[in-house]
Design a protein around this ligand. Structure first.
Ligand code: TYM
Length: 335
């Protein structure tokens, strides 16, 4: 069977360092390794599960596509597209919804986080979001899904849905998709609270570094990041009880492709007043070319749209025969 990768990100706000270190840079590695067919989508249908601005949605989708390309996704090697441009995602979602138990959806932590205290008022879209995510993956019969740690639970649900479908309708029709989670960077935390993940939806922009932040903004956010007065230890594991410190060292290590212990060898005994400027430098050097390339791409909307159109054609060419097969297996009338 073809080894096929599918992943996606929501066009809600800017992408941040967590998205980049937890997922995007891994997508590029996997694409370049050449062992998989790679599909990367901008999941715009997911973005409308929370209040959003219709006037900005299309441009946000282009911005995320530009970020993918700027970070190294090659629109010729990979299939790069907007989720809403492939109708089979939504079609399959309905079919899969009929075989997803609500008891399982009730356990999804992302829904609980996003719906907050007022879950009775949350939309059905937000609640059924993991079923659409399963459809995103299964419509391509993807075998591997590179994501950050926070998406593991959704992947597990997708695997359970596969089990139910295959059992009821067609032996081994869908492969069970495996999550591909990086060891380093899978969980980048907020700059203000080392127990919360860095997130697009956190209210304060000071909690995250966006891919498009300029050098001064990055330096300011790093300077103001929460830390403690202790010097850095010799061994990375000694940071386990200091979540904010551990997070900053993790960011430094992933950006420089070093292990935590290698970073400690450089900085042991130093305080954060010395470490933070070094971290800001590394982040700026890494992100500046990405945001410059993003801006170039966004200046040429026609070219960006052409990439997305090409990607949608290629994605539809895989998805359409699959939705027909699924409907056949499920016994629908056809002419
Ligand atoms: P989204 O848009 O919230 O995040 C995109 C990717 O970034 C990862 N990520 C992080 N990694 C490390 N540290 C963090 N603080 C951090 N925050 C986010 C996420 O794990 C994700 O890989 N449900 C998905 C989008 C989606 C999807 C799919 C993904 C929809 N359909 C099909 C894969 C396959 C989401 O909300 O990602």
């Amino acid at each position: 069977m073809t080894k096929r990768i599918l992943s996606g990100m929501q066009p809600t706000n800017q992408l941040h360092l967590g998205n980049y270190l937890g997922a995007l840079r891994n997508w590029v590695k996997l694409q370049d390794a050449g062992d998989y067919e790679t599909l990367f989508c901008v999941v715009d249908l997911h973005a409308i599960t929370v209040p959003y601005d219709a006037a900005k949605l299309a441009q946000s989708t282009r911005e995320i596509a530009a970020a993918y390309i700027a970070a190294g996704v090659d629109p010729h090697k990979s299939i790069l597209f907007a989720q809403s441009a492939v109708p089979a995602h939504s079609q399959l979602m309905w079919l899969l919804a009929t075989m997803t138990q609500i008891g399982k959806l009730n356990r999804m932590t992302q829904f609980k986080d996003k719906a907050g205290k007022n879950s009775e008022k949350a939309g059905l879209g937000l609640y059924s979001y993991p079923v659409l995510m399963a459809a995103d993956i299964l419509i391509y019969k993807a075998t591997h899904v590179p994501v950050g740690d926070d998406q593991r639970q959704h992947l597990e649900l997708a695997r359970e849905i596969v089990g139910t479908f295959n059992h009821r309708y067609g032996q081994d029709y869908f492969p069970e998709p495996e999550s591909v989670v990086l060891e380093e960077g899978a969980r980048i935390m907020s700059l203000r609270d080392g127990t919360q993940k860095m997130s697009k939806s956190a209210e304060s922009d000071m909690t995250r570094i966006n891919l498009t932040d300029d050098a001064d903004t990055i330096a300011k956010k790093v300077r103001k990041a929460k830390t403690d007065p202790e010097p850095l230890p010799e061994i990375f594991a000694d940071l386990d009880a200091r979540p904010e410190a551990k997070n900053l060292v993790t960011i430094y290590a992933t950006l420089t492709d070093k292990t935590g212990d290698e970073v400690m060898a450089e900085f042991a005994g130093k305080t954060f007043s010395e470490f933070k400027p070094a971290l800001a430098d590394v982040a700026v050097n890494h992100l500046a070319p990405i945001s410059a390339r993003m801006n170039e791409l966004l200046d040429d909307t026609a070219q960006l749209d052409a990439y997305l159109k090409l990607g949608a054609e290629r994605a539809n060419a895989i998805a359409e025969p699959h939705i027909k097969e699924v409907m056949d297996l499920m016994g629908f009338w056809k002419a």
